[in-house]
Design a protein around this ligand. Structure first.
Ligand SMILES: [Zn+2]
Length: 420
């Protein structure tokens, strides 16, 4: 998802592709040469500050073609990518060593170095790849830049597309949600739903990774970083944990957004430290035109949702109001309070139930790192949500999952595509 175009959602369509029989080896060879060429080009661009296409072309084009044997269009994409990498490196005040590309990836320009024809991808240099797995729902939107990726013996093409954002309806009510380590609870005065989170499951793999890491980082194994196999296994466990969280967040977010849409509710959520989840909630809502209302998280599970008195503990995760007698579990109280706050915010914005409280898409730029835009100004400061960076349980342990920048929404096929 990008923040550049306000009315558009950017998505990446992931396709499984397979080269014509007998040409796979040749293609991976090209990708290896491309990787070397790109690393060379990055150095040259940085050393010479050749950040314009013209200068980079002069310095690199013929070398990339002749020394590295890249087809001309791919050579152009190569120095174009090198400029992008160099720019972002130069922009970083804390830059370390010159960046080096390690994965096997080709960055491609639509109509230049690649085109989609029927069920095939044509690469410049005469390669043809058959599309074997494809989510066709977005076929009618034009293809933009793409990446060809080679991983674990398979080729994937990731094509970027932009789709228009649907406009948001005027909500008839609010669907509130609250998350704890075990469960995500959502509902309102009428709806009561809860689902298990995937955190336990993800933690299992995270722990496996940490165990390995610990074992091999002891003094006796101080060379563990060089042991490729161990590193690979650690990476595998980390990725597995990350994927579990990601899949769960996508799926539950879609369910919530769809439920909200069916009843024409807005979705109210706290400023979650569960960033992956809030990312997906916002994204699914944007995609379906569901208004989103971020709500101040303070005290949502300590005051009574019907009379605002301070609640007292009443057994495991249960709360009771000493004044009006309301008795509920913690999460349900939080949901009701969030619903109430959201309704308050809606009414405060001058009777219009949509505009100022619905966050813009810029709220969910991937690199925001916990600094969501807040609707500003209106409605009296006391009700406007503030963002707390609390070093709570989740943040400490889950930082790994959320610190990985998520640049695009990936639409896959099969089970994955159904999650979006
Ligand atoms: Zn009460």
């Amino acid at each position: 998802m990008s923040s550049g175009d306000e009315g558009l959602l950017t998505l990446t369509i992931k396709m499984r592709v397979s080269p014509e029989p007998g040409s796979g080896q040749e293609l991976t060879n090209l990708m290896r040469r491309y990787r070397e060429a790109l690393n060379y080009a990055i150095e040259v661009v940085i050393e010479n500050k050749a950040l314009s296409l013209g200068r980079a072309h002069k310095l690199l084009y013929s070398v990339l073609k002749e020394r590295y044997g890249l087809p001309s269009k791919i050579a152009q994409d190569c120095y174009r990518k090198a400029i992008t990498v160099a720019k972002s490196w130069l922009r970083n005040p804390k830059r370390g060593k010159i960046p080096k590309v390690k994965t096997l990836k080709l960055w491609l320009t639509q109509g230049q170095s690649y085109r989609v024809k029927d069920c095939c991808i044509e690469l410049s240099g005469g390669f043809k790849l058959e599309i074997t797995g494809w989510d066709r729902r977005y076929d009618s939107y034009p293809n933009r830049e793409a990446r060809l990726v080679y991983r674990n013996g398979e080729f994937f093409l990731m094509i970027t597309k932009q789709i228009p954002k649907p406009s948001k309806y005027t909500p008839k009510g609010v669907l509130a949600m609250d998350v704890n380590k075990k469960e995500i609870v959502f509902g309102n005065g009428v709806v009561r739903e809860r689902r298990e989170t995937a955190i336990e499951r993800a933690l299992h793999y995270k722990k496996l990774a940490e165990k390995l890491q610990q074992k091999y980082s002891s003094a006796r194994y101080n060379a563990w970083r060089r042991r490729k196999g161990i590193l690979r296994r650690i990476g595998h466990f980390h990725r597995k944990a990350c994927n579990i969280i990601e899949d769960w967040a996508k799926k539950v977010s879609r369910e919530i957004a769809e439920l909200a849409k069916r009843h024409q509710y807005a979705v109210a959520r706290e400023d979650l430290s569960y960033r992956k989840l809030s990312f997906w909630i916002d994204w699914q809502c944007e995609k379906l035109g569901v208004p989103i209302i971020p709500v101040e998280p303070k005290h949502t599970s300590s005051i009574c949702s019907s009379c605002s008195s301070r609640l007292k503990g009443n057994g495991y995760r249960r709360l009771k109001c000493p004044r009006c007698g309301l008795e509920e579990d913690r999460d349900r109280v939080a949901v009701l309070n969030i619903e109430r706050r959201a309704l308050g915010l809606l009414n405060l914005s001058g009777g219009s139930l949509t505009a100022p409280t619905a966050p813009q898409m810029t709220d969910v730029t991937p690199n925001r790192c916990g600094e969501p835009n807040r609707p500003s100004g209106r409605g009296g400061g006391q009700l406007l949500p503030r963002f707390h960076i609390s070093r709570n349980w989740f943040e400490e342990r889950m930082w790994f999952y959320v610190s990985k920048p998520l640049y695009h929404i990936i639409v896959g096929w099969g089970t994955c595509s159904q999650l979006i």
